[in-house]
Ligand binder design. Structure first.
Ligand code: ADP
Ligand code: MG
Length: 344
């Protein structure tokens, strides 16, 4: 374990940006803090960096309480959304900066600093551009320089706050793949903040899903996607359909009609969640069935909106776009994987 966030609370003028948050960050992993805007991602990152102090709780680096340590003492590498490169310095000088300003005792000789900066520019695939200035680079290139600069000090932890957020979708996808490759080669413990679930799912070893200053779930992309721990996670990551159901006689019912889904628990009102693509069509009407309200092609699939129980409820299911069932006016289906959450 590299960093331990222990029961951390953070208030700004009595407004709680983080409630009792605990998280272990493992050595060498790439963990994504994922959540909507305002969920507390940047606050958590700034607390780890030492740019903010917790109102309550502790942050440990290894076994050591780092709560009173500065950013420098924690040895943090930082990349923000808006590249804060020095405009009046060349690319090489930018990358070398963190080493040059070290106290004399720990500062490598100039030749060594230059060699290391050139090596890093090679790593981020910008060799040959070292004499240019930031204004002469594209947005994506500038973020690669920012990453090289953060890596130059050989940080114990690399913190990236929506580093690709200001770039267009195509460049973002390229940099995402590229960052994953760099991480696999260098093995830095990395915390990556994003509100983009696709980015987090593709990039991270583990996700930490946040909402309203709380951690909703921590796990591998597969486990979070396949077994969301809360209605929020189900709705935020991937597509979801939901229906108000009830739990009775050991099964799930919709408007008093059993759906053939076994479930245990206290009887009462629940919400049934499933993924639109994770359904199988069945022949009888004993399962869920509805009339086709709309149907449209989305890439390689057909998204069908069904009306259930008259027109009371609508859910979406996905079928292969040329599936014969879309010609029918009534479709019966059963979710393969599903979850129940008590109605709030
Ligand atoms: P995210 O990065 O997930 O968008 P933030 O951590 O920036 O969220 O913010 C979490 C909450 O804390 C927001 O409601 C935000 O307005 C509030 N907040 C963050 N920083 C400050 C600050 N310096 N002063 C007052 N409120 C803040
Ligand atoms: Mg933020």
């Amino acid at each position: 374990m590299e960093v331990r966030v222990e029961n951390v609370r953070k208030e700004f003028d009595r407004f709680p940006a983080l409630h009792d948050v605990s998280l272990d960050i493992r050595s060498g992993e790439l963990i994504a803090l994922l959540g909507p805007s305002g969920s507390g991602k940047t606050t958590l990152l700034r607390l780890i960096a030492g740019l903010e102090r917790p109102t309550a709780g502790r942050i440990l680096f290894g076994e050591e309480d780092a709560s009173d340590k500065s950013v420098q003492e924690r040895n943090i590498g930082f990349v923000f959304q808006h590249y804060a490169l020095f405009r009046h310095m060349s690319i090489l000088e930018n990358v070398a900066f963190g080493l040059k300003v070290r106290p004399r005792a720990t500062r490598p000789p100039m030749g060594e600093i230059r060699r290391r900066a050139m090596e890093l520019l090679d790593l981020v695939q910008l060799s040959g551009l070292e004499k240019r200035y930031p204004s002469q680079l594209s947005g994506g290139q500038r973020q690669r320089v920012a990453l090289a600069r953060a890596l130059a000090i050989e940080p114990r932890v690399l913190l990236l706050d929506e580093p690709f957020g200001a770039l267009d979708a195509q460049v973002r996808r390229e940099l995402r793949k590229w960052l994953r490759e760099i991480h696999d080669r260098t093995g830095h413990t990395t915390v990556f903040v994003t509100h983009d679930q696709e980015e987090a799912l593709e990039l991270a070893d583990r996700l930490c899903v946040m909402s309203q200053g709380r951690i909703e779930q921590v796990g591998t992309p597969d486990s979070v996607y396949d077994t969301p721990a809360s209605p929020f996670v189900f709705g935020f990551i991937g597509e979801s359909s939901q229906l108000p159901v009830s739990l009775e006689n050991g099964g799930v019912s919709l408007a008093g009609r059993p759906l053939g889904l076994a479930a245990t628990g206290a009887p009462g009102a629940q919400r049934l969640f499933f993924r639109p693509h994770d359904v199988e069509l069945v022949d009888d009407d004993a399962a869920l069935s509805g009339t086709v309200a709309t149907s449209r092609r989305v890439g390689g699939t057909r998204r069908v909106e069904l009306e259930l129980g008259g027109s009371e409820h609508r859910v979406e299911i996905d079928l292969p776009f040329d599936h014969p069932a879309v010609e029918r006016s009534r479709i019966a289906f059963r979710p393969r994987r599903w979850a129940l959450f008590p109605t709030a």
